[in-house]
Design a protein around this ligand. Structure first.
Ligand code: ADP
Length: 426
């Protein structure tokens, strides 16, 4: 109606002109009206054409009449389109954030193993660049032969364990998951920590077996000898039993140290603290030391630190005794051993100083590892299990203390436990 009505009115006016003037006047009038209408529409079409080149809401042309309606509908359409675009962009961003937060690397590969997309963790694992490497063949960028073989074999039931390309110390577990026809998702998981724990577990089992095997072999040997001997003299029997007792004591020591370590490492046994009477504790440790030394060393005690400490008495006793026992075992006869309890810079410090064999600098950082020994035969010869300092380290950790080792080869060592000031009782 709105398109036709101006023409109908013009035709009516032309009919009137025809009646009043002449047919020529009417036709001229009608021609003029048609020309004006066409010019107006051509102008609006031109504006529409211009706007379509860059269809933005802000630049939509103003008009009236029928064109106002056309442009207003277009405005609504563009508005709806913009809203949908914004919603989709927000959802896409959401998905991108979620995949970026995944604890796994994700690479989506098309049917030709070309990278379509990858998350930041995959960039780290495979040394990729999410922008530069799009549509690159993954086998050009991840070139380890085992990776390429795994991809070509297409047997993805078991994950592939391999080293990361750019980080030699990183171990990855890799899986391909087929999806959408011939496409694949490549998932990578950093299992460096798990592998390290697994290696430690294997080493530990091997070490314990080895430690137990030696005394067991000795005891076994004596039992067989005794069985085979035809004339068993009481002296032989006594000697064999004595040596067997030594070996069983060694196994017993090892098992009790292992049990202590496992209890200290367990999350289920948090530190039970109490007020520890340090003078009484030192008297006990000092006397035990003298007994163990059997008069072979000169002992001295310096008690200048606080009378009480907040900690676990049994654990402190075990740590101090271990350090004193080491000082005695690694100090030749005639050497000096000094126990001291002081306050240094507001922190309580327990130290054992000896004038013994000392430790070369390169061994010091590894001394608290389980079964680490500078000299195996010397440690075993003195009844060491190789677990003493590991136990001390754990007890120190549980008391937020640190173990400091200062040593000079052939001159002696000082082992100190530095407790935090918060363990003082005021
Ligand atoms: P072990 O039972 O072998 O003594 P530890 O864990 O107590 O085990 O000590 C680890 C190693 O540290 C020992 O084997 C020894 O080589 C060295 N060590 C510990 N304390 C001393 C010390 N006071 N003097 C010299 N070496 C020591």
């Amino acid at each position: 109606m709105r398109v036709i009505s101006p023409l109908v009115y013009a035709a009516l006016a032309a009919s009137l002109l025809w009646i009043v003037f002449s047919v020529t006047t009417a036709l001229l009038f009608m021609l003029l009206v048609l020309l004006l209408v066409m010019a107006y529409r051509a102008r609006q079409l031109y504006k529409l054409g211009l706007w379509l080149n860059d269809a933005r809401l802000e630049t939509i042309p103003e008009a009236d009449g029928i064109w106002e309606e056309v442009f207003s509908r277009l405005r609504k359409m563009v508005k709806r389109h913009n809203q949908t675009k914004q919603k989709l962009a927000a959802e896409l961003q959401h998905i991108e954030q979620a995949t970026a937060a995944l604890p796994e690397g994700v690479v989506s590969l098309n049917e030709f193993s070309r990278i379509e997309w990858c998350n930041p963790l995959a960039e780290q694992h495979f040394g990729l660049n999410a922008e530069r490497d799009i549509m690159q063949d993954i086998t050009y960028l991840v070139r380890q032969p085992e990776f390429i073989e795994y991809l070509h074999a297409a047997n993805f039931g078991e994950p592939l364990v391999m080293k990361a390309a750019r980080h030699d110390d990183m171990v990855l577990s890799i899986k391909f998951i087929p999806y959408g026809g011939n496409k694949h998702l490549l998932l990578s998981h950093d299992i460096t920590q798990l592998e390290r724990i697994e290696t430690m577990r294997r080493d530990f089992v091997a070490n314990v077996s080895h430690e137990l095997r030696t005394p067991l072999t000795v005891v076994n040997g004596f039992v067989e000898n005794l069985q085979d001997m035809e004339d068993l003299s009481p002296d032989n029997i006594r000697r064999a039993l004595q040596l067997m007792a030594e070996q069983t004591r060694r196994m017993d020591n090892l098992v009790s140290d292992l049990l202590i370590l496992s209890r200290l490492e367990s999350d289920q046994s948090p530190l039970r603290t109490e007020t520890v009477d340090m003078k009484a504790l030192f008297d006990e440790v000092y006397q035990e030391g003298q007994l163990l030394s059997g008069g072979r060393h000169q002992h001295s005690l310096k008690l200048l630190g606080p009378d009480q400490l907040c900690g676990n008495r049994d654990e402190l006793h075990s740590a101090f005794s271990n350090l004193v026992s080491n000082a005695i075992r690694y100090t030749p006869e005639g050497g000096a051993i000094t126990l001291s309890w002081t306050l240094s810079g507001g922190q309580p410090v327990f130290s054992v100083q000896d004038s013994g064999i000392g430790i070369a600098a390169q061994h010091i950082p590894r001394l608290t590892e389980r079964f680490y020994r500078v000299d195996r035969s010397r440690s075993r010869g003195t009844g060491g299990t190789g677990l003493g300092l590991a136990i001390v380290k754990h007890i120190a950790l549980r008391h937020q203390a640190r173990l400091e080792i200062v040593s000079d080869e052939d001159k002696g060592s000082t082992f100190s436990l530095v407790f935090p000031a918060s363990r003082l009782i005021t």
